[in-house]
Design a protein around this ligand. Structure first.
Ligand code: NAD
Length: 445
C-alpha cells in the first residue's frame, strides 16, 4: 500500500526507513544551552516526547529556518559613530509568513532571539493565526539614547532587513523597548526604499498610518482575558482579588489597568528602576505618569519599595510576569504563593520551576497562550491593512476574546485529558500543528 501523502507526525514504531537501507535517525540527544534558548529547547523536547514526534520533524523544528546578523553603525548626536549588532531569526514558515517583534535591549543576542522566534512559532500555531515565528533584536540600551539616535538605529535596522521583511514574508512588531513610533520609522524606511507606502510590513503601528484599534493594549488585554478564564476555572472571584505585576511597560501597565477595571486590587508593581507596594492598592494612573516622567515607578508617594524577588513571593491571588525571561526558576518557584501565575512576558518561567509550581497548585497560564493577544491583534492589523478596511475597538476586542479563549479552552482540556501541566499542553498542541503543516508541505526539492 502506498503511504499517505500526508506524512504522519508521530514516530513510527517500526516500518520503512525514509532512505531504504539506512537506519532511521534517532532523536538527537537533548542538549540544552543556558538561558532562554535552553528553556525553549527543553520545552520543545518535552512536547516532542509527549506527542512522540517523528525524529526527522523534530530535527527540522528544533532549528531556526533562517538567521541574520547585522552590523548597525549609527551616528550619535555628539558626532561619534556607535556600532550595534542586530539580529533577525525566522524559526518556521510552514503555516505562513514570519511574525515576531523586535526588541532593543543590552542583553539581546542570537541565542535569545532564536528562543523568542521559536516561541513565536508555537504561539501563532496555538492561537491558530496563519503565521510562522520570527523575532528580532538589537543589543543596545535605548534608555541611554536620545529619540533621534533610536530613530537612526531603527531606520538602519529596517534598511538592513529590507530584503527580509514584507507583508508576504516577515512582519515585525514592537517588543521590549520598541513601540508604535519605532514601527512607524521602520515602516516609513521600507516604504521610502520601495517608493510607495507599505502599511502591512509592520504591525503595532500608530493608528494614523494604518495601525489597529486595540493593538496598544492587546497583549495586556489578552493576559486579562486569560486570567479571567483561569480564575473562573479555579473558582477564584476576581472582584476583590489581589495582584502583583512585574514590568510596567506595554504589557504590564495594560494588564494592571485592565485587572483593576475588573475590581482586582493591584498592590505591587516593579520595573527596571525598582518597585512599589501598597497594601491598600496602588494608584495606577499616578504610577503611569511617574513612569513616563522619571522612567520608573520607584519611589512613588504612599508606597514602600519592593524587589522583583519579593514581588514573586507576595501573598496575592494573581502574579503577572510582564518584564523579561528567566524570572521564576527552581530556586524561587517554591516561594510563589499566588493561585494564578500569568506569563505576560516570553519565557519568564524556567523549565526547572514548572514541576514545583504544579506540585504547589499554582495555575500557570503559559506564555504562548497568555501573551498571544499581541500577535492576535497584529494579525487583525495585517488583515485590515490588506483589505484597507478598518474595524472598531469593539470588533477587535470581541474577536480577540473569542480567539484567545478558544485556544485557552483547548489548552485546559488537553492538560486535563493528558494529565499534564498547561505549558506542556499548549506546546503539544502547537508543535503538533506546526509539525503537521511541515509534513503536509513536504521536503523541497
Ligand atoms: P516594554 O519595554 O514596554 O516594558 C518592559 C517593562 O519591563 C518595563 O516596565 C521595564 O522597566 C521592565 N523591566 C525591564 N527590565 C526589568 C527588570 N530587570 N526587572 C523588572 N522590570 C524590568 O516591553 P513589553 O512590550 O511590555 O514586553 C514585556 C514582555 O512581554 C517581554 O517579555 C515581551 O517579549 C513580552 N511580550 C510583549 C508583547 C507586546 O505586544 N509588546 C507581546 C507578547 C509578549
Amino acid at each position: 500500500m502506498q503511504e499517505s501523502t500526508i506524512a504522519p507526525v508521530r514516530a513510527r514504531a517500526a516500518g520503512p526507513t525514509t532512505t531504504p537501507g539506512r537506519p532511521r535517525p534517532e532523536a538527537p540527544a537533548p542538549a540544552h544551552p543556558a538561558g532562554a534558548l535552553g528553556a525553549a529547547l527543553e520545552q520543545f523536547d518535552r512536547a516532542a516526547d509527549h506527542i512522540s514526534l517523528d525524529p526527522e520533524l523534530r530535527a527540522i523544528l528544533r532549528q531556526a529556518r533562517r538567521e541574520w546578523m547585522f552590523s548597525l553603525p549609527v551616528r550619535m548626536d555628539d558626532g561619534r559613530t556607535e556600532v550595534y549588532t542586530g539580529y533577525r531569526v525566522q524559526h518556521n514558515l510552514s503555516r505562513g509568513p514570519a511574525k515576531g517583534g523586535i526588541r532593543f535591549h543590552p542583553q539581546a543576542d542570537l541565542d535569545e532571539v532564536r528562543a523568542l522566534a521559536m516561541w513565536m512559532t508555537w504561539k501563532c500555531a496555538l492561537v491558530d493565526v496563519p503565521f510562522g515565528g520570527a523575532k528580532g533584536g538589537v543589543a543596545c540600551d535605548p534608555l541611554q539614547m536620545s529619540p533621534r539616535e533610536v530613530e537612526r538605529l531603527a531606520r538602519r535596522f529596517a534598511t538592513e532587513m529590507a530584503e527580509v521583511i514584507g507583508p508576504e514574508r516577515d512582519i515585525p512588531a514592537p517588543d521590549v523597548n520598541t513601540n508604535a513610533q519605532v514601527m512607524a520609522w521602520m515602516m516609513d524606511t521600507l516604504s521610502m526604499h520601495r517608493g510607495y507606502s507599505i502599511p502591512g510590513v509592520m504591525t503595532g503601528k500608530p493608528l494614523e498610518i494604518g495601525g489597529s484599534e486595540g493593538r496598544g493594549d492587546a497583549t495586556g488585554q489578552g493576559v486579562v482575558y486569560c486570567v479571567e478564564d483561569a480564575a473562573r476555572r479555579i473558582g477564584l472571584p476576581l472582584a476583590g482579588a489581589t495582584a502583583a505585576v512585574q514590568g510596567f511597560g506595554n504589557v504590564g501597565e495594560a494588564a494592571a489597568r485592565l485587572l483593576a477595571q475588573l475590581g482586582v486590587e493591584v498592590i505591587a508593581v516593579t520595573d527596571i528602576g525598582g518597585g512599589v507596594v501598597a497594601a491598600g492598592g496602588l494608584d495606577l494612573a499616578a504610577l503611569r505618569d511617574r513612569a513616563r516622567q522619571t522612567g520608573s515607578v520607584a519611589g512613588a508617594p504612599g508606597t514602600f519599595p519592593i524587589t522583583n524577588e519579593e514581588l514573586i513571593g507576595l501573598d496575592v491571588d494573581v502574579v503577572v510576569l510582564a518584564a523579561l525571561d528567566g524570572q521564576v526558576t527552581g530556586k524561587n518557584a517554591g516561594r510563589v504563593r499566588a493561585r494564578i501565575l500569568a506569563e505576560g512576558a516570553n519565557g519568564p518561567t524556567m523549565p526547572d520551576a514548572d514541576p514545583i509550581l504544579r506540585a504547589n497548585g499554582v495555575t500557570v497560564i503559559p506564555d504562548i497562550l497568555c501573551n498571544a493577544g499581541g500577535v492576535i491583534v497584529s494579525y487583525f492589523e495585517w488583515v485590515q491593512n490588506r483589505e484597507a478596511l478598518f474595524w472598531t475597538l469593539e470588533e477587535i476586542n470581541d474577536r480577540l476574546r473569542r480567539v484567545i479563549l478558544r485556544a485557552a479552552d483547548r489548552v485546559w482540556r488537553r492538560a486535563a485529558d493528558d494529565d499534564i501541566d498547561p505549558r506542556l499542553a499548549a506546546q503539544a498542541i502547537a508543535v503538533e500543528r506546526v509539525a503537521r503543516a511541515t509534513a503536509i508541505r513536504g521536503l523541497y526539492p
